[in-house]
Every structure is written in C-alpha cells, then in structure tokens.
Design a protein around this ligand. Structure first.
Ligand SMILES: Cc1cc2nc3c(=O)[nH]c(=O)nc-3n(C[C@H](O)[C@H](O)[C@H](O)COP(=O)(O)OP(=O)(O)OC[C@H]3O[C@@H](n4cnc5c(N)ncnc54)[C@H](O)[C@@H]3O)c2cc1C
Length: 656
C-alpha cells in the first residue's frame, strides 16, 4: 500500500492479538473509524507514557473502496469492509426503506466512502452552539465555526492541482481560508473531469448562482469545487486507516490495535474504589469485548478514559447495551438501567432527496469528451487506456475521480424567494409552546420521546435554531451534487437533497439479537414541513430546464415530468422517488444539555456518567446535534481532532 512505505519488522508490535493485550490501558477507543483513529493518533502522540488501545470490529484490510476505482463498481467486492443496513419502512414515504452502508474496517466509513471532502457552512456549526444554549458545563469549549475552524484546518493536507489542470477545469481554492494543515489525510483535485462537467457548471451559473472560490472556508452558498480525499500523486484513496494508523504503525510503543473484536458494552463496577479526584471518583468503565470469530469474551481494564467512536448507528447500540439509553425501551429489552438517557439513539438524521432528470435531444459535439459511456460501453480502447492511466505516476484518467468534485448549495431564500418567509414562520410557530402537542406528535410516541419533556424541549430548540438558518440567504438548505450529465442510456440526473431535515428517526437494539445490527427507523417525512422544503428545492432545480445551456441541448424533463406541477403532485412524486439516505447518518448521541435530551456535553462526556466514575466520552458523527450542510467525513475528522484536543488539555492539566 502506497502510504505505508516502511517495514513492520523493524518496529515494535502495534497490531495485537487478544492474548497480547496489556493488563490495562490508559485510553481505549472503540471503533477504528474516521473520528476514532484521529483521536487515537493524537492521544498516543501527546502522551508517550500512556497506553492507547483501539478496538475495531472489522479487519485491517484497507477495504477496496466502494468508489475505487470509482467508475468500476462491479460485483459485490466493493462491499468488503462494509455493513449494509436496510431501515424500517417510512410509512409517510409510501413505506420506502433506506439503504445505508457503513464502514466496517480499519478506517471506518472513510475507507469506503465517496471521497467528496466538503465542509458545512459556518452557519451549520454555529447552529450547534445555538442549540446547546448559553452557560453550563464546558461553556469555554466552542463548537461553533470559529471554535472548529482550527480543527478542520489541522485535519487535512491540501495539495494544489497543477496549473494546467486548474486552467483546464477551472478549479479554484483558497488555502488561507480553509487549509494549512499537514496531517496525511489528503485533499486533492484529480487530474481529470468528464467532458460534460462544464455543462452543469454553466447551467447553474445561468440560474444566477454565484461561484465560490473556496467552499471549505465557512461560506459555500453557490457553485462549489470540492476536493477528493486522495493522495495528490497516486490519486488513491486517503483515509483514516492510512493517515492515522498505518503511517504511525510500529513507531509508537504505546499504541495498540485489536481488530475483529466487537465491543459489546461498557460496564461500571458497582462501587467506585479509585481515589477521589476533585471531589469525584474517577473510575472508567470496563470494556467488554467479543471475538467476532470465536465469540469468546474478555474485559479490558481502563485507567483514564473510554472514547466511543463506533459511528452513528453502533455508538448508540453500544450505549444501549450498557444500560445507557431510553428508560422504557431498556426495560422492554430487559437491560438494567444504568443512565436514563432518552437521546441515545434518538434524533437520527440523514440527507435524503428526489431526482430531476432530463433528456438532451441535441447530441454533444466532439469537444464534450470523454464521457462515462466511453469507459462503460463498447469503447474498449478507451477503457484499456483508462485502466493503465490510474497506475501511472502521477495517476491520470477517469479512475482518479471520486464521486465528482462539484456541487451547488442553495439557501431557501434563493431557492424559494416568494415562499420561504411563510415556511420559516410556520416552523417558528411549530416550535412555540402553544404547538407543543402537534410537535410532540411528530416524535415517536411514548414516554421516551413524545411525552418526554426534555426530548420535546430539545426538538423545539432545534427547530428555532433551524428557522434562523432557513432565513439566512448565505446558509444552504439544499445540495445538488453533479458529476456527469450523461450516464449511458440516461439523460442528465440531478438530486435536490435536504441539508437540514426536520424529521427525526431512531436507532434501537434489536431485542431478539442485541449484538446484531440495530434497528433503524428513519421516520422520513414524519415532520410534514419537510415536504415544503423538498417542493421548494425541486421547483428550483427544475428551472435548469430553461437555462440557455439546457435549451441548447433541447433538454426535456423526464421526471418529475411536465404533468407533475401542483404541490400535491410533487408530494406524490417525492414519496415515490425519494432516496432516503445519502449515507450521512448522524446525531444519535447528540451534544446538547441533558434537559434538552442531549447525550453528551460540550466536553463530549456522557451525561450522568460522572456519578458512576466518569471516564466515558463519545467522539464521532453521533455527537452532532444537527446534520450539517455537507457530506460528513470532513466533519467527522474535525470532531476527532477537537475531541483529542479537549481530552489532551484535560489530562495535561490534571483537570479530569
Ligand atoms: C458508502 C458511503 C459513502 C459516503 N460518501 C461520503 C463522501 O463522499 N464524502 C463524505 O464526506 N462522507 C461520505 N460518507 C460519510 C462519511 O464517510 C461518514 O459520515 C464518516 O466517515 C463517519 O465517521 P465516524 O467516525 O462517525 O464513523 P465510522 O468512520 O463509520 O467509524 C466507526 C467504526 O467503528 C467500528 N465499530 C462499530 N461498532 C463497533 C463495535 N461494537 N466494536 C468495535 N468497533 C465497532 C466500525 O467498524 C467502524 O470502523 C459516506 C459514507 C458511506 C458509508
């Protein structure tokens, strides 16, 4: 593998078997994923005298990515290193089910994702802070854009494209605004774009969208170039398993990795015995682990902290198995209650949206080349050339592309200038105390959610914060990614997905198989205002059809299609066509105050654990209170960086 470059034999062990485990560890990180390996790398670097163990369910295989080479998704090989989830049907969406993949390998989802490395706008992260509110524990820790910017910068190393490529494709960037870090998680622009990329680019510009020079610097409303997570020379996937594990493998005698082991739960000893520190006992829980193949179990003793970084579905599952979760659900699952925390597995959000498709009736001229059809259809010569180009140094050709490098992000005031105010006022009134019973009816029924005062207060607070965001012309509410207009046999396809869904789903253990995949209920459309958003975004996207560029190619809209015009018709269309997951699940152990149904505080410590012995945090996409207006890996890396910073500060000053 191109990044490792050094022999393992010279160095001390790092990948350990169960029998090689030490008697105890200072830090245990659960899950070798995007955030988890970032945390483990930073802790083992900062504290050479403290031991760090990462426990990972999957294997150290550098999973062939779903998108590597991205245009060659053949067979099922791309599923190596992933779980596939099928959610419960969403009744409002004609019982549609979401299909969601999750990384199960060293590197987590960063090893299997689409390599599209964008960040949310500054308003997305400022919303996290607004939802939390003022004061309370850890109020010196800032999770707003200003407080996270340094972590975003540190988390990746950006490399400029060649001058020739920048000129050819029109790539733009601004290192000062967005980058400057040196971590070997690479953000690069590929030396290739499909010939028709510029068609969408010009059509969106004709709609009046501004072109942002740099979309990772806090402002991204408009047309954006987005880098790929790939090594700048080989253009092979860069992910946390390489950048935060392989590159330091064997160089740190305090950093161990145990693979093919499932963390089943964490267990607090019945009564704390460790000496009091700052008036509190500090005794982290034991970590209970199961060998995935032999099913044998072992317990790992932890001295400083357990950091759970198992991702938005498995983090709440581990907490629930540990008795940390919604009281009445745990009772029905026969799990003794340890901490009553209804937010564990609640607040599930993901990006979903419907497509708009067209047929171009005027063919492209020969300057619009090459096209995806050239590799996937009968052009054997181009296909062979493309396959050889990826192995050149530096790599060239279509297989250097991730899922694409361009997208538009549009705010509601720009997408729906005449209707957005009405939408925002409906949202505000829904969040007001007088509408509490209506709002509660949009949450899952029962005492864990709809009739739980904290959960309702948290939801109200989220909607008020989002009402501000939706009124802001610089805060995108929809994304439309575009890679190529001409997949063989089809015309152009574009999606409008909701960046800030209002419906909330759940993750629950499967009561008959608690160690198996948890049960996901997306509850898409359960807040009916989501349909108003979808409609506004689709109406906006359809306007592409009347741009000079689309007219030049005699574009005819094939879906929703000319006969779908009224709100009612669009709602039916959405129910039938929506893709419920763009693979960005989050928010299931949200960072919010406990009286808003939050699971962790700003210091990422699990609420309620301080009375049991402390030493328990969460650091991954599940801590986001609100989904951000971007694909989620860059945010997961930044969460890992910030979590590490918080933990390192505490253990350096002894204030834990
Ligand atoms: C197919 C796909 C495409 C995507 N495309 C993009 C994209 O193009 N751009 C983008 O920015 N984002 C994309 N994403 C999303 C992004 O990659 C994720 O949001 C992000 O990587 C999640 O990071 P995480 O740290 O929260 O969890 P993960 O990276 O998923 O890490 C969790 C880790 O915990 C391990 N684990 C789980 N349970 C246990 C257990 N009980 N014991 C031990 N280990 C456990 C898992 O095996 C995994 O390695 C995509 C995701 C997928 C799946």
């Amino acid at each position: 593998h191109q990044h490792t470059g050094h022999s393992h034999a010279r160095h001390k062990r790092q990948l350990v078997t169960a029998s090689q485990l030490r008697d105890s560890y200072d830090f245990v990180v659960v899950g070798a994923g995007t955030s988890g390996l970032t945390v483990a790398d930073r802790l083992s670097e900062a504290f050479p005298a403290k031991t760090v163990l990462v426990i990972e369910y999957g294997d150290l295989e550098y999973a062939p990515g779903a998108f590597e080479p991205p245009t060659l998704w053949e067979g099922t090989d791309y599923l190596a290193g992933s779980w596939e989830f099928f959610t419960q049907p969403s009744p409002v969406m004609n019982n549609k089910t979401a299909y969601v993949m999750v990384g199960k390998t060293v590197g987590g989802s960063s090893a299997v994702n689409g390599q599209f490395l964008d960040r949310g706008s500054q308003y997305d992260y400022n919303a996290w802070e607004d939802v939390y509110g003022k004061g309370g524990q850890g109020s010196n820790i800032k999770w707003n854009w200003k407080g996270l910017h340094q972590h975003f910068k540190k988390s990746v190393k950006f490399t400029k494209p060649s001058a020739a490529d920048a000129e050819k494709y029109g790539y733009t960037w601004d290192v000062d605004a967005a980058y400057g870090g040196n971590t070997p998680i690479y953000a690069s622009f590929p030396p290739f774009q499909w010939g028709d990329q510029k068609i969408f680019m010009s059509a969106y510009q004709e709609l009046g969208l501004k072109t942002q020079k740099e979309c990772a610097g806090g402002d991204k409303e408009g047309v954006c170039w987005v880098p790929t997570t790939a090594h700048p020379v080989t253009m092979k996937r860069s992910h946390s398993g390489l950048g935060h594990y392989s590159l330091v493998e064997g160089t740190r005698s305090n950093y161990d990795l145990l693979v093919k082991h499932q963390v089943t739960r964490v267990v607090y000893p019945p009564s704390p015995k460790a000496p009091k520190k700052n008036g509190k006992y500090h005794q982290p829980p034991l970590v209970e682990v199961k060998d995935v193949s032999s099913c044998s179990r072992l317990n790992i003793t932890v001295k400083a902290e357990v950091i759970i970084s198992a991702g938005a579905f498995n983090t709440p599952a581990i907490l629930q198995r540990s008795g940390i979760g919604p009281r009445s659900f745990l009772k029905s699952a026969n799990i003794p209650l340890v901490i009553d925390s209804p937010g564990v597995g609640a607040n599930l959000q993901d990006h979903g949206g419907s497509p708009v498709t067209w047929n171009f009736n005027v063919p492209f001229d020969s300057s619009i080349s090459p096209l995806p059809a050239d590799v996937s259809d009968a052009n054997a010569t181009y296909y062979e050339l493309a396959k050889s180009q990826i192995d050149q140094t530096p790599a060239q050709g279509p297989y250097t592309l991730g899922m694409g490098n361009s997208a538009v992000y549009v705010s509601l005031p720009h997408a729906a200038p005449t209707t957005y105010k009405n939408f925002v006022s409906k949202l505000r009134s829904l969040a007001s105390p007088s509408s509490a019973s209506i709002l509660a009816s949009y949450l899952p029924a029962g005492e864990d959610y709809a009739s739980n005062a904290a959960m309702l207060a948290g939801y109200q607070s989220q909607l008020l914060t989002l009402a501000e965001l939706f009124s802001n012309p610089e805060a995108p509410s929809t994304e439309s990614p575009f890679a190529s207009t001409s997949h063989p046999g089809h015309g152009p396809v574009s999606f409008a997905f909701l960046l800030h869904p209002l419906s909330r789903g759940t993750v629950h253990l499967n009561e008959s198989d608690p160690l198996g995949q948890p049960i996901l209920d997306y509850r898409a459309g359960s807040n009916p205002l989501d349909f108003s958003q979808h409609i506004a975004h689709l109406r906006y996207l359809r306007q592409l059809g009347s741009t000079p560029t689309f007219k030049k190619y005699a574009a005819v809209e094939t879906s929703p299609g000319a006969d779908v015009q009224t709100d009612e018709e669009l709602i039916e269309y959405i129910k039938n066509s929506i893709v419920l997951s763009f693979q960005h699940p989050c928010c299931t152990a949200a960072m919010m105050p406990r009286d808003k149904g939050g699971v962790v505080g700003r210091d990422l410590k699990v609420h309620g654990a301080e009375n049991l012995g402390g030493g328990l945090r969460v650091a991954d996409m599940s801590i986001a209170p609100l989904l951000v207006g971007s694909h989620t890996s860059a945010t997961a890396y930044a969460i890992g960086e910030k979590a590490a910073d918080i933990i390192i500060k505490e253990w350096s000053t002894g204030k834990n």
